[in-house]
Design a protein around this ligand. Structure first.
Ligand SMILES: O=C(O)CCC(=O)C(=O)O
Ligand SMILES: [Fe+2]
Length: 422
């Protein structure tokens, strides 16, 4: 097969040929030829298939003609083939390679985000300002102060000495790694639709027209006795290991919420009803040949009250700090906590829900487990009354949680399923 991997996309070609006016002219000629052919074929083929076929055949014919006239360098021939390849969709790539979607040597076009959205080549520094808060300290007032300050400034913090044994988290992460690695995607999708959990492989997961570089499973995880029987039963330890993990995370989330309650001056137990739903979302981001082009999760706000994330030893979570992307360090045995939209509303803007995203890396796969602590669909979310007075009017309207979720389609195509399940 022809070596086409040098040109990952058109940008690379143009960059490499900057200043080469003749190459540009040839490219222009090619483009005119291509467009004409496309118009001609457009009347005969469906748009999608037509584009792909046209691209391949026109690229090939133009390249052969140009080569025979010695007006084109072999690298240009490569470009045309690469362009034709870029038009392939994910299904075709998988069929061709007869393997998983991520076993490719260069990033296919359908995974390449626009310049505005993709991480790019510039190194993203670790944010050492995001606090790592020691929950084991006896000075509760100090802990509360740190939690509030982090929630105000960054919307993110990490917690250590949280009381959850390290092997509870690491075993859960390994269980998810096994889950993602061992079943075929088809098996996962088929079982998921029968069982009520949701598996979204990268093949289906398209954001702004581009596939995310991740596989994902989502399911409700509270109360345990109600939802556990609908979880995956492969690997055989899934329910036991994940069940123990989510029970521990529930306790941790209630502890953090209670501390925040005290810090804000809201009556104790305010969040009891507001935190009745817990949703698990585990991500697997395989190693990627060019992380500068891809995203595991597009930038977003969490629609939760709070989210608790375990990312093991592999970082990849990035947060917007003062308008710049910063990396959240992978701290051993720590949980990352972020303030979601609902807590921003309840705190009347005192705590901030901040945009974040997940990037990929070229060395190793990354697995993360996010637990969203959410209000029940029918609870009303509004600024807590005690925080309001003449000089602090409500900054947000009251809203039914399910209306918020449905309007923002916060869980994408699966929003309705998740609402009905919870
Ligand atoms: O993988 C991560 O660390 C990010 C997860 C996340 O932001 C989410 O699931 O909402
Ligand atoms: Fe998130």
């Amino acid at each position: 097969m022809l070596e086409v991997r040098r040109f990952r996309h058109l940008d690379d070609f143009v960059r490499e040929n900057e200043g080469d006016a003749r190459a540009r002219l040839r490219l222009l000629g090619f483009a005119i030829c291509w467009t004409g052919f496309e118009v001609f074929l457009g009347s005969r083929c469906s748009r999608e298939r037509g584009r792909r076929r046209t691209c391949g055949s026109v690229g090939f014919v133009s390249a052969v003609i140009s080569l025979s006239r010695r007006t084109l360098k072999p690298t240009h021939f490569q470009l045309f083939i690469a362009m034709a390849n870029e038009e392939e969709d994910l299904k075709a790539i998988m069929e061709k390679h007869n393997t998983k979607w991520f076993n490719v040597e260069c990033v296919p076009q359908c995974f390449t985000f626009s310049k505005e959205e993709r991480p790019g080549d510039a190194p993203i520094p670790i944010c050492n300002k995001i606090p790592v808060i020691d929950l084991g300290k006896s000075q509760k007032i100090e802990t509360i102060k740190q939690l509030l300050q982090a929630g105000q400034e960054f919307g993110f913090f990490q917690v250590i000495n949280h009381g959850i044994l390290e092997n509870v988290a690491t075993q859960t992460l390994s269980t998810f790694e096994e889950f993602f690695n061992n079943m075929t995607d088809e098996e996962k999708v088929n079982v998921a639709s029968r069982k009520g959990w949701i598996f979204t492989g990268s093949e289906e997961e398209v954001k702004n027209g581009v596939h995310l570089w991740r596989d994902n499973i989502k399911h409700p995880c509270h109360p345990l006795d109600k939802c556990m029987q609908s979880w995956p039963d492969k690997p055989a330890t899934y329910r036991e290991v994940v069940g123990r993990y989510v029970a521990e995370i529930r306790m941790l989330s209630l502890t953090i919420l209670e501390l925040i309650c005290q810090g804000l001056g809201i009556e104790s137990g305010y969040f009891n009803e507001q935190s009745e739903v817990q949703l698990l979302s585990a991500n697997n981001y395989p190693a990627c040949p060019d992380p500068s082009l891809t995203l595991g999760i597009l930038k977003h706000f969490d629609p939760s009250l709070i989210t608790i994330i375990y990312q093991g030893n592999v970082s990849g979570l990035q947060v917007l700090v003062d308008g710049k992307w910063m990396c959240v360090e992978a701290v051993p045995n720590a949980f990352v906590v972020n303030i979601g939209n609902q807590l921003e509303i309840i705190s009347n803007g005192k705590l901030r829900s901040v945009e974040h995203r997940a990037v990929t890396n070229s060395k190793e796969a990354r697995t993360s487990i996010a637990i969203f602590v959410n209000p029940t669909p029918n609870s009303i979310v509004e600024p807590a009354k005690v925080l309001l007075n003449d000089s602090n009017p409500p900054l947000y309207k009251s809203i039914l949680y399910k209306d918020f979720i449905n309007a923002s389609k916060a869980f994408g195509a699966h929003t309705d399923v998740i609402q009905n399940d919870s």
